[in-house]
Write a protein that binds this ligand. Structure first.
Ligand SMILES: [Zn+2]
Length: 117
């Protein structure tokens, strides 16, 4: 996987965690299920550390997307974007496979990554 993509996927995971930790109702729910919900502070500092490593232009795309969608970074499976379920053109797909660039879906604009086993 492209280095930057890897970081973007990590950022998304972290943001999901931060959102859940910051959500009092969700926190209560998780705690009632026996999960201990940690402090949000270390998550925020991990996030600050992570975004330092991400290229600003990808970060901008990510921020814009994550305000609109639950997931800004989505996998491509069977040449289909799992954000909008439109098929990805073959030429586009080979670029993603080549892994040299970060590509966004032509249809929904989400950042795409390849699901590999
Ligand atoms: Zn899409």
């Amino acid at each position: 996987m492209h280095d930057q993509l890897h970081l973007l996927v990590s950022l998304q995971d972290l943001d999901t965690l931060i959102k859940e930790t910051g959500d009092a109702k969700r926190t209560a729910e998780l705690e009632s299920m026996g999960f201990s919900v940690g402090n949000i502070e270390p998550l925020n500092s991990a996030r600050a550390h992570l975004i330092e490593k991400i290229d600003k232009r990808y970060l901008r795309i990510y921020d814009r997307l994550s305000s609109k969608h639950v997931r800004a970074v989505v996998p491509v499976e069977n040449k289909t974007c799992l954000g909008c379920f439109q098929s990805v053109p073959p030429s586009f797909f080979s670029e993603i496979t080549a892994d040299r660039v970060v590509k966004v879906c032509e249809n929904c604009g989400r950042i795409l990554y390849l699901l590999t086993g």
